[in-house]
Ligand binder design. Structure first.
Ligand code: AMP
Length: 540
């Protein structure tokens, strides 16, 4: 027998309406590219997001069409987060850190029809516009000029007046984000309204990140990478004050905003938290942060010293694990009620694990023989499933092997799970380097290096880095009689990769280690170079 409850769709439209109805007075504060502070309320946000929705509809945008953004974190990006799905279309956030050719590829693959771009990012757009096929480009004017393009403000003015939402189903797509989180081509993750809403609910739970209307949330992680960890949706769902830092994400600028806005919750990758910690240590007593500031960390494993350091400054760090494919939060490391008696050392050890799954997320670790026991020792590949876990990539049937026949997503992370359900990431099967929260494909670098006429073999490995978590190190075997140096290879790679993606060091050797089947033995190289001392500076 079915329950006799209403079939009410879980959509972002409801959140948009609700925030205006109940929390219209609450502020959204943005730091703009010129460092000025912009403030408006959720009522303003609501009006403008609807104007955008209507203007898009009038411009011929249909249900399911993709509208791309190339923007920093600020209020107009928030309008795109809600205005685009409110008319039934899909907000596709383009990652401005990628190489222009890659952005062009992604925009084409996604079939983006319209682009909304910050004027300060037009030079980047100019570098890939010939590869992409946008029908219209709307420029967000921060510094008055739209450089010959259509102005976003003029565009949304056309959407003034009443607007009737299309009747959306909760499983319709609302947002899209490409991940380069494994080898091969970037892959599109297509979030449904329902997934974004349920993720926001779980995120706000007291046993997850315990967020409420009285919190001040900062969307610090880029809005072009895994939806800024979901913070913009959570903020609007709860009607909590939202702070958006724009492009200014150095330690000092962030601490200033934490202080002036009394931020109580934010999420960032360890690299950013390390910068914040450095700022706090440099000038103890200078910053008056909110007494209960909770910092969520994910994206790569945070060092215990960082968690301890931030604790000393009153910033309570909560560790989460997630992926673009999991919207992103999937696990959180919190002590359980009966763990109060653990020693301080034990508590830190627990907090360094990636934690247990949020409600409705399931995890398992799979070994060659099947699921491994939850004993905290046996290692297996982490697999997940749940209502905010991707069921496939957008238009990439060749990647279907990432899902098991019984419906689990293979993350490419290697983990243990202990008897309490605490998961710990111990390695990655994917040959990727995670630098400051962004991926660099070692395989792409290797193929490019091997294309060099003087290179016989090349291996690129991730080596731990004190600031960026990991940086690429290239190990090169030259062809007989050939001689190369770092500058030759950097200028060669520079034609295809952004500067920050280039290896920070090149080592020239006579041969590379291989497995019995002739595969490059990267684990041996990782072992050999794990204590590598990076030179000061670097390319980032
Ligand atoms: P992305 O899709 O770019 O957000 O990257 C997801 C990947 O980041 C995961 O598959 C992990 O390899 C890594 N990752 C995310 N959170 C953590 C964490 N807390 N500890 C270690 N690795 C993490």
């Amino acid at each position: 027998m079915d329950g006799l409850m209403m079939n009410y769709p879980l959509t972002l439209v409801h959140l948009l309406e609700r925030v205006n109805q109940l929390f219209g007075k609450v502020e959204v504060v943005s730091r703009l590219p010129d460092r000025s502070i912009h403030r408006y309320t959720y009522a303003d946000f609501y009006r403008r997001a609807r104007q955008l929705a209507k203007a898009l509809q009038q411009a011929g945008i249909q249900r399911g069409d993709r509208v791309a953004t190339l923007m920093w974190n600020h209020y107009r990006h928030l309008e795109a987060y809600f205005g685009i799905p409110a008319c039934g279309a899909v907000t596709h956030t383009l990652n401005l850190r990628l190489h222009p050719n890659e952005i062009g590829y992604i925009a084409n693959h996604a079939g983006d029809r319209i682009l909304i771009v910050d004027d300060v990012l037009l030079p980047l757009f100019e570098r890939f516009k010939n590869h992409a096929r946008f029908e219209r480009v709307l420029v967000v004017p921060h510094s008055a000029t739209a450089g010959g393009y259509e102005n976003y403000e003029d565009f949304i003015v056309r959407g003034e007046g009443a607007f009737d939402y299309p009747r959306l189903e909760e499983n319709e797509a609302a947002a899209m984000c490409y991940t380069s989180g494994t080898t091969g081509k970037p892959k599109g993750v297509l979030y449904s309204h329902r997934a974004l809403v349920l993720h926001s609910f779980a995120f706000a739970l007291p046993d997850a990140f315990a967020v409420g209307q009285k919190d001040v949330l900062m969307a610090l992680a880029p809005m072009f990478h895994a939806n800024s960890h979901g913070i913009p949706y959570v903020g609007v769902m709860l009607g909590a004050k939202l702070v958006l830092p724009g492009p200014h994400v150095d330690g000092e600028s962030l601490l200033e905003l934490f202080q002036s806005q009394q931020v109580t919750v934010t999420t960032a990758v360890p690299t950013v938290w390390l910068m914040i910690l450095e700022g706090l240590e440099k000038d103890p007593g200078r910053w008056r942060l909110a007494p209960k500031l909770r910092g969520l960390v994910g994206g790569s494993a945070p060092p215990e010293s960082m968690i301890r350091g931030l604790d000393r400054h009153g910033v309570r760090i909560l560790h989460l694990w997630g992926m673009t494919e999991t919207t992103p939060a999937a696990t959180v490391s919190r002590l359980k009620s009966y763990m109060r008696e653990l020693s301080i050392e034990q508590k830190y050890a627990v907090r360094c694990r990636q934690g247990w799954p949020l409600p409705f997320v399931e995890i398992r670790a799979m070994g060659i023989q099947g699921e491994v026991p939850w004993d905290g020792e046996t290692v297996g590949e982490l697999q997940v499933r749940g209502p905010w876990v991707a069921a496939s990539y957008y238009n990439m049937p060749e990647e279907s092997r990432r899902w098991t026949e019984d419906g689990w997503f293979c993350t490419g992370d290697v983990c243990t799970i202990d008897s309490e359900g605490f998961m710990k990431i111990v390695d990655r099967t994917k040959d990727m380097i995670k630098s400051g929260g962004e991926w660099i494909s070692s395989v792409d670098l290797e193929s490019a290096l091997m294309d060099h006429p003087a290179v016989r073999q090349a291996a690129v490995i991730a080596v731990p880095h004190p600031k960026w978590d990991e940086r690429p190190l290239a190990v090169i075997v030259c062809k007989d009689g050939e001689k190369l140096d770092e500058n030759d290879l950097c200028s060669y790679l520079g034609q295809k990769f952004s500067k920050w993606q280039l290896p920070d060091a090149f080592v020239f050797v006579n041969e590379l280690p291989h497995t019995s089947t002739g595969k490059l033995l990267k684990s041996a190289l990782r072992e050999q170079y794990k204590g590598w001392k990076w030179a000061e500076g670097g390319r980032v």
